[in-house]
Design a protein around this ligand. Structure first.
Ligand code: SR1
Ligand code: MG
Length: 423
């Protein structure tokens, strides 16, 4: 089967990309020389797209091109090319608020569904660094900055209502990508779905238990409604540890093709939930028991530092620049208003922490019972050991989904994670 694509679209190969790039002066200049001197390799290992690295005598770029189908599944699952349009728009919008935390964009071609951007080097995907046991001293500070700047500045706390609605309208059309999330995260892990998979037979009974877990299914649907209807901010929409690229000194968020106006906790939860998956998978990556105790501790500290850094920066922005139509600062001028406003902000942040933990739990469950798994766990070759790590992760994830809203401090997460790992 060959899918029909719009006129002008062609999926590039390493052999055909060079002549296309040569016709874009800013890109050709950045690479230097000409196509015969350029090395093009396709390096995409994600679920959806083509990704090329192009090296020239003067510099290098990354070219990301959408395919008309889900790469992970094949042509039987068509997917709109427009996702490149939303990804580009989100890179530009988030890039205005946190320029040091995103790749620079050099060129966008809507017909070819293609973005030419900065080649982040020597960065690696954070997930791979976590599997290798590498410490990133600035990770928490950078992720907190990314989350606070992008979420606050696209929310009603910062924007005029009319402006926010215009932007929401624009991103509303990213429906197909949102539908993937609605099904793969909020629905499929809780029913028998054709594309679901899990470590079998070790997790068969637990998978059934999750499908029959009424409170958990209700919580999943409650969170799905939040995902569908709570347009708090322009979220990345898929901010797992495979969407963060790192070095010892730098952190960048890539791949916001799932971006839309949704609940802030979905992005924060994606980071926290994926760090917890990294935590539980360490047992599968250590040469002898206990070897990675220090690293496990470091991961749990990142969860605390990311939330606490995020909260401090988000509150700082709210205190310094309370100009959105959402909460009108000018209303709070009476002597008694100060403490009431402070209490209101505390409630807001508490709810956001709860959302983040609950969405984080959902993100963990989908990576164990759904279609798309994560390398942290998949690379554990021994199925018994992998299943043991997965069961522990699921134990915490379920608790986060059900009771995350009652957590009053992020510092309660680490003891809960340790409890589930050792029980
Ligand atoms: C069918 S796409 C599967 C997953 O890959 C992306 O990275 C998203 O996480 C999506 O849910
Ligand atoms: Mg992605």
């Amino acid at each position: 089967m060959t899918l029909e694509t719009p006129p002008g679209y062609e999926a590039f190969t390493p052999d055909t990309l060079g002549s296309y790039l040569a016709a874009i002066p800013t890109v050709a200049e950045r690479l230097g020389g000409g196509p015969p001197l350029w090395q093009v390799s396709e390096v995409g290992d994600g679920n959806l797209n083509l990704v090329f690295i192009v090296d020239g005598p003067a510099g290098s770029v990354v070219v990301k091109q959408a395919l008309p189908y889900v790469r992970l599944v094949g042509e039987s699952w068509p997917l709109p090319l427009e996702r490149a349009f939303f990804e580009h728009a989100a890179l530009v919008e988030h890039g205005r608020h946190a320029p040091e935390r995103l790749p620079k964009v050099y060129h966008f071609d809507q017909t070819k569904a293609l973005i030419v951007m900065e080649h982040l080097s020597p960065h690696i995907i954070l997930r791979k660094g976590l599997i290798a046991g590498t410490v990133y001293p600035h990770l928490a500070e950078h992720v907190a900055q990314l989350l606070a700047e992008t979420l606050f500045k696209t929310s009603d706390l910062h924007l005029a209502a009319a402006e926010k609605k215009q932007r929401m309208k624009f991103f509303c059309d990213n429906t197909e990508l949102c539908r993937i999330t609605e099904e793969l995260i909020f629905t499929d892990p809780y029913r028998e779905a054709e594309l679901n998979r899990h470590t079998s037979p070790q997790l068969d009974a637990l998978a059934l238990q999750f499908r029959e877990d009424t409170p958990l299914k209700c919580a999943a649907q409650e969170l799905k409604l939040r995902f569908l209807g709570d347009a708090q901010a322009l979220i990345h929409g898929d901010l797992h540890t495979g969407s963060l690229m790192v070095t010892a000194n730098d952190t960048r968020a890539i791949d916001p093709e799932f971006a839309f106006y949704g609940p802030m906790g979905f992005d924060i939860g994606a980071v926290l939930g994926n760090l917890l998956l990294a935590y539980f998978s360490q047992d599968g990556h250590e040469a002898r028991a206990g070897e990675r105790d220090g690293y496990r501790q470091w991961i749990l500290e990142q969860i605390e530092a990311i939330w606490e850094g995020f909260e401090a920066r988000f509150r700082g922005l709210w205190n310094e620049a309370p100009r959105g139509d959402g909460v009108v600062a000018g209303l709070f001028t009476a002597p008694t208003d100060g403490p009431a406003l402070a209490a209101f902000k505390d409630r807001y942040m508490h709810r956001l922490l709860g959302d983040s933990l609950r969405f984080g739990g959902m993100k963990m469950i989908r990576r164990i019972f759904g279609l798309a798994h994560v390398e942290d766990l998949e690379s554990i070759a021994d199925p018994e050991l992998r299943a043991a790590c997965e069961k522990r992760a699921l134990g915490l994830a379920r608790e986060l989904v059900l009771f995350g809203a009652q957590v009053t401090s992020v510092r309660d997460v680490a003891p809960a994670a340790r409890f589930h790992r050792l029980r």
